[in-house]
Design a protein around this ligand. Structure first.
Ligand code: AHR
Length: 513
């Protein structure tokens, strides 16, 4: 009896709430285009992120195309990966490109000091990376070495990759198997130079950038977008100093980084699985701060660059947990759960909302490292919840953003921490349809909401939902997947279109009629 009463109270509470929560999409007020490169990826020489995770070598028994494993590349192709950033990360500022060209057997073996101190045999170098990008149909983002390189080394790398002429470097590229130049879409001058990239002050970096950028030459039809290495999290000093100091040299965008740690503390970040609800909410609430970080920094850019020519690229983001027990802590191996799928979707919403400046973002990282799309073990692989979140949001690539608001957004509270329960984004896809992305952050309560598009109520919506029974539901190798997208649809009844979002869910729908 008591149970029935409680159930009745819960149903009534939900019904009361349903009348209140409303999502309104302004379809007639198009905003900026959501650049497809917001869905970019990052692949660093780190742990098994490249070696084993993607690259197995042409001689491997694991089916591959010129060394890149077929299964992983095939799954990544389904995400329409628009862009890949390589070779780092911290690795980039210790990478010397000449060590990664020519016959692989003759390439020097180095130590990957940043990541586990393991041997780096340089099997993946410039040619292999561009082969990967071309197999994926993705644009190439090459991160140059400012930390331990020289302006000459950097200039020569660009010449090697892009020269059409008969210079010795262009001939060397041809001798190594590539006749026509590689298309370098993006080129960054250093990475995190406030930290692993040299512990610099922004003023010093600006001087170095001005100096080095003056010598970076490419044919006009293969000029990359030049990216300056910026700050991180809420910091704005790098953005300010770069925006002021980089006038008059090739400078097109600032790279900014920000990771989500459940506890916010690097010494004890929090576990990827088996966490309490307090860490579920602290993680998602932390992710929501990304919006504030972006807005603070882009406001500074607006002062110095009102024409909005300079991009603000969030080229490293994602969850960062304590390493998986039993693994090399330098390999940044972590499990990936439903929480990561919501975290990814919340990032997408922030980047869509700031699409005017944020024309690129890169999840860290593609395979086996941090918030990965795919986890592998030898010849096996599994698609993570993050992979499925990326797949749900494919229609937003190059969509036109549309303003969307949540009226009477329910507040989600655990202990003393609160955040908005519902997050929404909307856009008109390249196919002309209106798409709506929704996150219900509440780990325990479903939410009903009414959807309005423009002045009216659509006839129906159709799409997919990602949810699971447990907050830390995951897809593990050799076990049935726990987090896979399911069909989701709703029809208007009596002029009302009500969507029932399960607790802890991501929903993406196309509006019909
Ligand atoms: O993604 C892992 C590391 O995080 C990158 O190498 C570095 O740029 C950042 O600190």
């Amino acid at each position: 009896m008591k149970k029935q009463l409680l159930a009745l109270v819960a149903t009534l509470a939900l019904a009361a709430q349903a009348a209140d929560v409303k999502v309104v999409v302004s379809a007639d007020q198009p905003g900026p285009v959501i650049h497809r490169n917001i869905y970019g990826q990052f692949a660093e020489h780190l742990g098994t992120g490249i070696y084993e995770g993607m690259w197995v070598g042409p001689e491997s028994k694991i089916p591959n195309v010129r060394g890149w494993r077929k299964d992983v590349i095939g799954a990544l192709k389904d995400l329409h990966v628009p862009l890949v950033r390589w070779p780092g990360g911290c690795f980039a500022d210790e990478y010397h490109w000449r060590e990664g060209i020519g016959p692989r057997a003759k390439r020097p073996v180095k130590v990957n000091y940043n990541w586990g101190g393991v041997p780096e045999n340089n099997a993946v170098g410039t040619h292999e990376f561009f082969d990967l990008a071309e197999q994926l149909g993705a644009e190439a983002y090459v991160n140059g070495n400012l930390g331990t390189g020289s302006p000459q080394e950097m200039a020569e790398w660009l010449e090697y990759m892009t020269s059409e002429g008969n210079s010795t470097l262009a001939q060397l590229r041809r001798k190594n198997g590539r006749d026509k130049p590689f298309r370098v879409h993006y080129f960054a001058i250093g990475n995190e130079n406030w930290g692993c990239g040299g512990n610099m002050r922004p003023e010093y970096y600006v001087d170095l950038y001005r100096h080095w950028a003056s010598f970076l030459r490419t044919p006009a039809n293969n000029r990359p977008i030049f990216i300056a290495s910026g700050g991180h999290d809420a910091r704005t000093d790098w953005t300010e100093t770069l925006a002021k100091g980089l006038k008059g040299v090739p400078f097109d965008a600032i790279s900014h980084h920000g990771y989500t740690l459940p506890t916010g503390k690097w010494e004890k970040k929090g576990s990827a699985v088996g966490f309490p609800e307090a860490e579920w909410i602290s993680t998602l609430a932390h992710t929501q701060k990304v919006d504030e970080w972006v807005r603070k920094n882009t406001a500074i850019l607006d002062q110095h660059d009102p024409a909005k020519k300079v991009g603000f690229y969030f080229d490293e983001w994602g969850s960062w947990y304590d390493p998986e027990p039993g693994t090399n802590p330098g390999f940044l191996v972590q499990r990936n759960t439903l929480r990561d799928a919501l975290l990814a979707a919340l990032h997408f919403h922030v980047f869509h909302a700031n699409a005017e400046r944020v024309k690129m973002s890169n999840v860290a990282q593609m395979v086996n490292v941090l918030q990965a799309m795919i986890l592998t073990s030898k010849d096996k692989f599994v698609l993570t919840p993050t992979y499925h979140a990326f797949k749900l949001y494919v229609p937003f690539q190059d969509a036109t953003s549309l303003p969307a608001t949540v009226e009477n957004n329910p507040v989600y509270t655990v202990d003393k921490l609160s955040m908005p329960g519902i997050s929404v984004t909307a856009g008109r896809g390249k196919d002309g349809k209106v798409y709506v992305g929704l996150v219900n952050a509440n780990a325990t309560q479903a939410t009903e909401l009414d959807l309005q598009v423009g002045a009216g109520v659509p006839k129906a919506v159709k799409g997919q939902v990602l949810t699971a029974g447990a907050m830390d539901a995951q897809n593990e190798l050799g076990k049935p997947a726990q987090v896979v997208p399911q069909a989701f649809e709703a029809q208007a009844v009596n002029g009302k279109l009500t969507l029932k979002l399960p607790a802890k869910s991501v929903v993406v729908v196309a509006v019909e009629g």
